[in-house]
Ligand binder design. Structure first.
Ligand code: 9Z3
Length: 322
């Protein structure tokens, strides 16, 4: 009997063990139309995943396991991709950092607003002014935000749980596969390796009166495999590899490339991720490092990562065409 293909067994597992979000078909249609619209205008499209996945421990969820990710890498990268002429599908964790808005989250918005009472009448809505000393660069950022909005360059899609992430990523991959090599995947989300299948999950809140909790979790199927082989076989795919032990990082990144045969792995260590990453490709390894001057000038490493990958994508597209 023929061996079942790994990727098709992942499709089956996805359908059986991970609840399908009710809006997945509607979102897939939107993403397909978005890709077609931008490809027709000569634009490339990148699907960015961003933020951490949540894995529930109970069906009526009180408790869950979370993966660490602020969403900054994904949100900042989205801005640089749009500056480089790409349209962006931004598949992100609900309430994680969002392009442009991310720059103003460290302050209380109310401190930047001043109220002027125009007529003194009780209940008057008066006039609200923005203090640009409290919100530096707000004018420049707002202008770009509205250009992006008018150009319909950004399509936000939200997930919270691992199940939502997996099904929406599959839908996105199939939607973007319609534009072939013009699509890029930039998988920066921090995705759980472990989960509890729906069939083994207790319905109600786990009771502490039953004593210490012992969890047994299954391995999450390696979604990169069907993405690269079946769902979007012509696209340019970049995954991220996160470790806390720098000594195993590059080896793991290279192994991921060998296993999935995609185009690039961005390798980073949790503590140094803002200033140093290595972009590993089948035949090269590029170290991207911010200098002290870069940091002083508020250069972000995402600008360098995006520059590196967009030029690799250029090459990839011309090789496919030629
Ligand atoms: C990353 O490595 C991202 O760079 C970070 C960004 C999550 C570290 P922030 O959102 O951080 O700016 O706070 N993402 C991938 C993490 C991941 O789960 N990778 C898996 C692995 O390393 C599978 S691809 O095994």
């Amino acid at each position: 009997m023929a061996e079942p293909r790994i990727s098709s067994s992942i499709d089956g597992k996805l359908a059986e063990e991970f609840a399908v979000p009710s809006h997945v078909e509607e979102v897939k249609e939107k993403m397909t139309a978005f890709a077609a619209f931008h490809a027709a205008a000569g634009r490339r499209v990148v699907l960015i995943t961003s933020g951490g996945t949540k894995v529930p421990l109970e069906s009526r969820t009180v408790r869950f396991l979370d993966n660490f990710s602020s969403g900054r890498r994904g949100a900042a990268s989205a801005e640089y991709f749009m500056d480089s002429g790409y349209a962006v599908v931004f598949l992100h964790r609900h309430r994680s950092l969002y392009p442009y808005a991310r720059m103003f989250l460290s302050m209380n918005m109310l401190d930047a607003l001043q109220f002027r009472d125009l007529d003194g009448a009780p209940g008057s809505s008066g006039e609200v002014l923005v203090d640009q000393r409290v919100l530096p660069n707000i004018g420049r950022v707002l202008k770009r935000y509205h250009e992006v909005k008018e150009g319909k360059l950004l399509l936000p899609v939200e997930f919270s749980t691992l199940s939502e992430y997996l099904h929406l990523l599959k839908a996105a991959a199939q939607a973007l596969s319609t534009i072939g090599a013009k699509a890029m995947f930039y998988l920066a989300a921090a995705v759980s390796d472990f989960y509890i299948p729906a069939s083994e999950m207790p319905e109600h809140k786990i009771q502490s009166s039953n004593g210490p909790l012992q969890l047994s979790m299954k391995m999450v199927p390696k979604i990169l495999s069907p993405l690269v082989k079946d769902w979007a076989p012509q696209a340019f795919v970049t995954s991220f590899k996160l470790e806390t032990d720098a000594s195993i990082l590059l080896d793991k990144a290279r192994r991921a490339l060998d296993t999935y045969r995609h185009q690039a792995v961005v390798a980073n260590v949790l503590d140094s991720r803002r200033g140093y990453v290595v972009v590993v490709t089948p035949d090269a390894q590029a170290e991207l490092l911010l200098s002290e001057d870069d940091v002083k000038n508020e250069v972000e490493i995402e600008e360098r990562i995006v520059a590196n990958l967009t030029s690799a994508h250029d090459k990839f597209v011309s090789e496919q065409a030629g």
